[in-house]
Design a protein around this ligand. Structure first.
Ligand SMILES: [Zn+2]
Length: 415
């Protein structure tokens, strides 16, 4: 870990905080793979705890492995901010960590200038926002908000196939497991509001030439797992006519997803992505016995998402049938369209002055929390417009503008 800041919390900058964790989970190509509760993520958690304690905050970990850093007593009526530290495979340095670092920097500034909140303020680091660790995006916030039942979460598995309970115990996060406490965090439902700052994941702010925006809504999105089962066999001795190769309908389905989304995308904003496939057993000279793919689909309206997925499902089923393969489709997650709280948005706009509003196709913990309390989001300009890649970026000056905006909002909400 590079310790680049020696001046104490009053001198913290967002880019300085991010520089401290720049080496954790970085791959050779400059991208980041920081899966939730992996050794890399545990180093990030330690960093968050040590920085929060240096800031004089009281740290607690809930049964869902989310970490909370409290300014004032843990309890009802709180103003919450924060984001996540985990990443997708091969992700960037800003998606998640920018929000956590900006929250710490914003609280440091408010403390340095002698602000005394009249209600508790907490910075949260949510577990497995990307879902790359356990296959369920926003796992920690869904559990804490009570929108994901504990028994459903306990069916999830880590990337290596280990059951969630085992993986969490290995990571020292067994609090909720033995006691069956995994699930809603009681006082969370009595908090006043949540504001998440996030790097923008498109080119909206770059095109508008502005450093910061207020989020209007998150478009609906879901994830589906498609499983094709066939007959494993020898690649050299099995005649073409005798094959039941599940990779063939999988390939047809990847193209079907591209087609289904493209047909409507201009009016509906539909996008469909197959970013993960698994071929079992995965040998060059072996006809596969099973093949899985994951479909991520989003659009302006839920109806369009469901129509695109229904078309993909029909084509997948037909392709599987033609190859003599089995087929199953399982919905792994669904997030409805989330419009952020109008009153909170108005307050944010009032204190920030002339700031643009943007909607996004990316999912966030804030979209989950919006279901149980007034929630808002800030976006910080990403000049490349790219996200979930190492090209994701926010300039030091824009990072500071984001933290300043967040501090202004927290001060207004907690005064
Ligand atoms: Zn994120």
């Amino acid at each position: 870990m590079t310790i680049s800041q020696t001046r104490g919390p009053a001198g913290w900058t967002v880019s300085g905080l991010l520089a401290e964790i720049a080496d954790i989970g970085r791959d050779d190509d400059g991208s980041y793979s920081r899966f939730s509760l992996s050794p890399e993520d545990r180093s990030l958690r330690q960093w968050f705890i040590s920085r929060a304690e240096e800031l004089g905050l009281e740290v607690s970990i809930d049964p869902d492995a989310n970490i909370w850093a409290w300014w004032g007593p843990e309890g009802p009526g709180a103003v919450l901010t924060g984001s996540h530290l985990d990443s997708v495979p091969g992700g960037g340095a800003y998606d998640g960590p920018l929000g956590v670092a900006s929250s710490l920097a914003a609280v440091a500034r408010l403390r340095a200038r002698g602000f005394r909140p009249s209600r508790p303020v907490a910075v949260v680091m949510f577990t497995d926002e990307e879902g790359a660790g356990f296959g369920m995006p926003c796992l920690g916030s869904r559990l804490a908000a009570g929108v994901l039942p504990a028994d459903r979460a306990l069916e999830l598995r880590a990337r290596d196939g280990a059951p969630l309970a085992e993986a969490w115990q290995d990571a020292g996060m067994d609090a909720g497991m033995d006691a069956g406490e995994l699930g809603p965090v009681e006082w969370l439902t009595t908090a006043r509001c949540f504001v998440e700052l996030h790097v923008e994941q498109g080119r909206g702010l770059a095109d508008l030439d502005a450093p910061v925006a207020i989020a209007s809504a998150v478009r609906p999105h879901g994830r589906w797992r498609l499983e094709f089962t066939g007959q494993g066999n020898h690649a050299g001795t099995t005649l073409m006519a005798d094959r039941h190769d599940p990779v063939v309908p999988l390939a047809a389905t990847v193209l079907a997803a591209r087609r289904a989304a493209t047909e409507t995308s201009e009016e509906s904003g539909a996008v469909a992505t197959v970013g993960r496939v698994e071929v079992v057993p995965g040998g060059t000279n072996v006809i596969a016995s099973a093949a899985r793919m994951w479909l991520d689909c989003r659009a302006e309206s839920a109806d369009v998402v469901h129509a695109v997925v229904a078309q993909v499902e029909a084509e997948a089923r037909a392709a599987a049938h033609q190859e003599g393969c089995g087929f199953e489709l399982v919905q792994e997650s669904w997030t409805p369209r989330t419009a952020f709280d109008p009153e909170l948005k108005a307050t944010m706009a009032h204190v920030l002055g002339d700031v643009p509003e943007l909607s996004t196709g990316a999912g966030h913990d804030a979209a989950v929390i919006a279901g149980i309390m007034p929630t808002g989001m800030l976006f910080v300009r990403n000049p490349t417009g790219a996200s979930h890649t190492p090209d994701e970026y926010a300039s030091p000056a824009d990072c500071e503008a984001g933290a300043t905006a967040l501090a202004t909002i927290l001060e207004e909400l907690a005064r």
